[in-house]
Design a protein around this ligand. Structure first.
Ligand code: PGA
Length: 251
């Protein structure tokens, strides 16, 4: 039995005040949702600390959307893994396609971020996924395999046990074009096979989340697939009701 996870990636949305209202709303209504689901919220840095305070001692965990690739020092504008851990967050999203696309995140940088994430006791939610062009050219398998090999294969067996992977086809993010449940399953099974080739049976326990236009009305079909262990949710994580309804997709 793998962990079931529904993680909300708030991206650059909500003010601190709105973020606190949102997380309080999630907490208030949590009782009516599926009890086996691990909910994680990933607010912007400005209110990570405040949201972590509100969720302390609750079933909702908190993650950052990124961390610096250096430990500390003269890196204007960056936020370190140590800072993120110190405010009580547990997770860090790494390698999101928006970071890879718009901020030039390379595998080499992600390897450094991974190492710092683990060094500070945080767990990465490592994102992989192909563009539409790569899918249409049949390159999707090579692209995703390389994203895993170049970064995840640098982990020790112990670190690997605390990894969460998110498969997010770039063409499905924020577009309303969700991958079919079969397309998701096909890639998730492939990812697990790649992970098993390096880490053996431990990879049977790795949660692999699907991300890209997941909503309450398509979550159940996708989550029903054998190798899909939950979702990384963008747009639909900004309304408590929608976010929690996605978790009910496991029922
Ligand atoms: P979306 O974003 O649910 O808005 O498509 C998913 C993500 O980028 O994590």
């Amino acid at each position: 039995m793998r962990k079931q996870i529904v993680a909300g990636n708030w991206k650059m949305n909500t003010t601190p005040e709105q973020g606190v209202v949102l997380v309080k709303e999630i907490l208030k209504n949590l009782g009516q949702s599926c009890t086996t689901v691990n909910y994680i919220v990933c607010p912007p840095f400005t209110h990570l600390s405040e949201v972590a305070k509100v969720t302390r001692g609750t079933a909702v965990q908190v993650g950052a959307q990124n961390c610096a690739d250096e430990a500390k020092g003269a890196y204007t504008g960056e936020v370190s893994a140590e800072m993120i851990a110190s405010i009580g967050a547990q997770y860090v999203i790494l390698g999101h396609s928006e970071r890879r696309q718009y901020y030039g995140e390379t595998s080499a940088k992600l390897v450094k971020r991974m190492a710092l994430t683990y060094a500070n006791g945080l767990m990465p939610i490592y994102c992989v996924g192909e563009t539409l062009e790569e899918r249409e050219n049949g390159k999707l398998w090579d692209v995703v395999k390389a994203q895993i090999e170049e970064v995840v294969f640098t982990l020790s067996d112990e670190q690997f046990r605390h990894l969460v992977v998110a498969y997010e086809p770039v063409w499905a993010i924020g577009t309303g074009k969700v991958a079919t449940a079969d397309q998701a399953q096909e890639m998730h099974a492939f990812i697990r096979k790649v992970l098993i080739s390096k880490f053996g049976e431990a990879a049977q326990k790795t949660p692999i989340l699907y991300g890209g236009s997941v909503k309450a009305d398509n979550a159940a079909e996708i989550f029903a697939k054998e190798d899909v262990d939950g979702g990384l949710i963008g747009g639909a994580s900004l309304k408590a009701e929608d976010f929690l309804a996605i978790g009910n997709g496991f029922n």
